[in-house]
Design a protein around this ligand. Sequence first.
Ligand code: 1PZ
Length: 205
Amino acid sequence: VAARQGMETPLTAVAEAFEELARGMEADSGELRLAPFSDTCALVSVLFSSLGMAFRFAEMEYVTKVNDLIGAGKSYRTLSDILDKDIQNDCVKKQGSHSRNLRRVRLGLGLIKALFEQFLATEGSLYDAATTAYGQVCAPFHSWAIRKAVGAGMYTLPTREQLIVRLNETDFSVQKEMRRYIDASSPIIEYIDNLFLSRNISLDW
Ligand code: 1PZ
């Protein structure tokens, strides 16, 4: 197993990338640049393959939004730049806008964080952890049809043990790496929420 041999696992790569992004944000006096942010978010999709085929749909949905932000990185320097531009053009919540896609990607990051928190806090099944995480983070903003489809897909998730094996982790290393992601992604998630809130845009969508 990679973790035992000291090689980098997918989870380590993701955790390290978010730590690096959080450090970059501090170095840039609290500004988050769009290009490194989008590249880091793109890395997360390596985790999807360990969740199984049913979540390919979620992967495509997430990757489409991240790719839009990667494209926007050619014209905009920071996350605030895209939000300010969309406010000017009155299209923050319009489907397909960069700001809306940013909000969606943030939900994806928050979903993984909540899933890892559930995974660490309980001994229960991955089904339970994912169902709770989805209910907390994404379900409030998803239509009935999407919630039904996700609910059905949950039954195809692997077991805890299968997930650990597919991630090339051990019982011990998976806890450490999930904790690292939780800690490193928290300031990023909080920063994104504040971008909206500080411009009087509520987060109920
Ligand atoms: C970490 C994995 C946890 C267990 C699995 C939970 C599965 C969640 C499945 C989410 C399915 C998303 C279905 C599509 C929703 C779209 O309607 C909305 C709105 O899109 P828009 O109208 O703006 O075009 N899209 C979203 O809310 C994006 C949410 C992204 C969540 C992706 C999951 C990221 C998880 C990464 C897993 C490694």
